[in-house]
Design a protein around this ligand. Structure first.
Ligand code: DX5
Ligand code: ZN
Length: 211
């Protein structure tokens, strides 16, 4: 389980991080938005570095940025464990993934719901994680696109064919129902923001979805 901090109470960041750790979160998903690749604007390496000092949980920075290659060094220096870029970004995707790896971070590659899964194929031998977006990136609290379930299945089959060991993650509109469907389809990591932040018992729901 990878809670997204997008819906967390940043006025009580330490409290939120402790609560998520106590609830059994496996890693934290940090949504970085540049107001260009997506219309929304969140935070950058400076806040990631503060979060790094507040929790021992692994951090994965999901860079919804047009030019992620200009910032991977800064995010690595901030202490994140993984950096996920978008295949639609305006950069040399393969070279940026290689750079992320050489900085000692896990290499993640994501795609918008409207992007063909085939766009990922040239890069699947140089990733540690594929992040399937099940909502258009940019905002928390959107409804899950059921087409993501099929895409997870396609990626799982592709991974089996190529003997890969990358993880399949899914992000957007994940709750107890959609999360279970994604797990059944083969998702290894569930990113959940607004739903997990609002449930009464984060630990119980986290345990349920971890299975
Ligand atoms: C959307 C972000 C997601 C988002 C998930 O652009 O990438 O990580 O925070 O939030 P929910 O679970 O509310 O869809
Ligand atoms: Zn995200």
């Amino acid at each position: 389980m990878a809670p997204s901090l997008l819906s967390a109470d940043f006025a009580d960041l330490k409290g939120e991080l402790d609560s998520l750790q106590a609830a059994g979160a496996d890693l934290l998903h940090l949504d970085v938005m540049d107001a260009h690749f997506v219309p929304n604007l969140t935070f950058g390496p400076f806040i990631c570095e503060a979060i790094r000092r507040l929790t021992p949980l692994p951090l994965d920075a999901h860079l919804m940025m047009t030019h992620p290659h200009r910032y991977v060094e800064a995010f690595a220096a901030a202490g994140v464990d993984g950096i996920t870029i978008h295949v639609e970004a305006t950069c040399d995707v393969g070279a940026t993934l290689d750079r992320i790896g050489s900085l000692g971070c896990k290499r993640g590659l994501s795609l918008r719901p409207a992007t063909d899964v085939g766009e990922l194929l040239p890069f699947l031998d140089r990733v540690d994680l594929v992040l399937v977006m099940s909502v258009p990136p940019g905002f928390g609290g959107q409804s899950f696109d059921p087409a993501a379930v099929e895409r997870i299945g396609v990626l799982r089959e592709r991974r089996r064919e190529m003997g890969g060991d990358w993880l399949i993650s899914v992000d957007g509109g994940i709750n107890d129902v959609t999360g279970r469907a994604c797990r059944q389809a083969g998702a290894d990591v569930l990113v959940s923001g607004s739903w997990l932040m609002k449930v009464d018992d984060r630990a119980a729901q986290t345990a349920l979805l971890r299975g």
